[in-house]
Design a protein around this ligand. Structure first.
Ligand SMILES: [Zn+2]
Ligand SMILES: [Zn+2]
Length: 257
């Protein structure tokens, strides 16, 4: 049976787990091994079942724990080849044993147990950044985070997704009136920054997403308010959704796993 959970999302660390009970993998790993283990246990998933980690991009909150995990156990690290080529220093800093690194190209299909995955390009200030599309039996799951804009390709993929993990990083007015310096506001709001609540909700409408559940992820602590997003989402979408708060873990209830 398919299990999945948001282990954490936001600037302090990001990781998502997918499992069939025997084979598990992560999208991103921004935690220490101790913290990752603790978060996996919350969903009754053993660390030793993690066979791979698929990386969206090399910013530390997404990638800093990949090397520590791979040095501890023989998990494969799947990273876009462009990230590795264009950010050799950041890549080297992760300290992943090279025999465990698998460079991937967009739309190259990777199989892990009963799962198949491919990545697609996103628009972020980290070269080679990607999102991931996962298939398990007849279920499609999509992780779209850390992107300043959405593309036609993103919309086509979302239309086929059953479960969507979608960035809603900031509320435009909170960002504009908030404490960040202007250059940072422009970076976040720019085409290589992050998705706003408004952009995320518009994306859902434009893509024709008709799946079962949306997880709003990667909310900013400073420039967003979960209650605001919740209210706006209630007004615009019919699909059940979860607004993922900082340092909270989300997924199906452990009893049901
Ligand atoms: Zn990032
Ligand atoms: Zn991020």
């Amino acid at each position: 049976m398919l299990q999945y959970a948001v282990l954490g999302s936001g600037s302090s660390g990001n990781s998502y787990v997918f499992s069939d009970g025997t084979v598990s993998f992560l999208i991103d790993q921004g935690y220490s091994v101790v913290e990752l283990k603790r978060r996996l246990e919350r969903f009754c998933i053993g660390l030793e079942t993690v066979q791979a980690v698929f990386v969206t991009h090399l910013h530390p909150d997404h990638a800093k724990g990949v090397g520590i995990l791979c040095r501890r156990q023989p998990a494969g690290a799947y990273i876009s080849s462009r990230s590795m080529l264009e950010q050799p220093d950041q890549f080297a800093k992760l300290g992943i044993p090279l025999q465990q690194v698998f460079p991937v190209e967009p739309f190259e299909v990777v199989e892990i147990g009963p799962f198949s995955l491919f990545c697609f390009a996103t628009s972020h200030d980290s070269a080679g950044s990607v999102g991931w599309f996962i298939t398990y039996e007849d279920q499609n799951l999509m992780v779209l985070t850390d992107t300043g804009l959405t593309t036609v390709e993103h919309k086509q993929l979302a239309k086929d997704a059953n479960i969507l993990f979608l960035e809603a990083n900031y509320d435009k007015r909170m960002l504009e009136t908030g404490p960040y310096p202007l250059y940072l506001k422009q970076r976040i709001d720019g085409s290589h920054g992050h998705l706003s609540n408004e952009q995320a909700l518009l994306f859902l409408k434009d893509s024709g997403f008709a799946g079962n559940h949306i997880y709003f992820i990667h909310l900013s602590d400073v420039n967003n308010d979960p209650a605001l997003l919740e209210k706006a989402a209630r007004r615009t979408i019919q699909t059940p959704f979860t607004v993922c708060h900082k340092n909270q873990w989300y997924g199906p209830q452990p009893e049901a796993l």
